[in-house]
Design a binder for this molecule. Structure first.
Ligand code: DC
Length: 223
């Protein structure tokens, strides 16, 4: 089995992870995996079934009946549950306010971490989430922990028109017993508060270079 390279990007809500991961995927020819979308999709289905997200046993029972489809469309990961792509509903207020509870369930994490690791069989990946550098790919040398001032993050979320209690999610995601959000060993911290998207990408590329990530153009220049 050929295993590929993984870039792990972790950080709190609205720290700029998805934007950075998307741009890196284009620039470096990687599959971008949005692991948060996987937790959101399971949460969406739990809510659809009328299951209480705080009832761990009921969530686990619902999970055991879900058929989770992880695909790739172009450069990006896709997710379906029982054949349905939840689309914009992944970012509904209801999902935003329940996803931390569902993602704190160890069995949910075990199931999704295994699916996340499977992406590495398909190519080089840049994966963003909360535990990518600590749990999903702890061995990868390419790790970035993104952060930004809480006010900057809340403002970014408000700009999208999304109703999302960023502070409450961060508290729950950092305080849970299983795979809490924290800076992984070996991760470089990138604070995006004072960065534009462009300067943030440049800073990330510099970090990855320092961590030994060989860019495709360098590899062909050396050959
Ligand atoms: O990245 P996001 O905001 O879309 O993630 C939604 C939620 O999913 C987040 O509040 C916690 C959970 N999550 C997680 O527990 N582990 C991950 N690797 C990614 C997301």
């Amino acid at each position: 089995m050929i295993l590929h390279r993984a870039i792990a990007i972790d950080g709190p809500a609205a720290s700029g992870k998805s934007t950075l991961a998307r741009l890196l995927s284009r620039r470096l020819n990687l599959i971008m995996v949005n692991s948060g979308a996987m937790y959101r999709a399971v949460t969406w289905k739990v809510l659809q079934l009328g299951v209480d997200p705080a009832d761990r046993l009921a969530v686990v029972q619902a999970l055991s009946k879900m058929e989770i489809g992880c695909g790739i469309d172009g450069f990006e990961s896709t997710i379906t549950i029982d054949g349905i792509d939840p689309g914009d509903e992944l970012r509904s207020e209801e999902v935003n306010s329940n996803v931390s509870a569902v993602s704190a369930v160890p069995e949910v994490r075990e199931c999704l971490v295994s699916l996340q690791r499977d992406y590495l069989k398909r190519g080089d990946v840049v994966m963003e989430g909360r535990d990518i550098g600590t749990v999903v790919f702890p061995e990868t040398p390419y790790k970035i922990y993104m952060d930004a001032d809480p006010q900057v993050r809340s403002a970014r979320r408000e700009e999208t028109g999304e109703v999302d209690s960023v502070a409450a999610r961060d508290k729950a995601d950092s305080g849970r017993a299983t795979a809490p959000l924290k800076i992984a060993d070996g991760a470089a911290v990138l604070d995006t508060s004072g960065h534009t998207i462009e300067t943030g990408v440049i800073a990330a590329l510099e970090i990855l270079k320092k961590q030994g990530f060989i860019m495709a153009d360098e590899a062909s220049a050396e050959a």
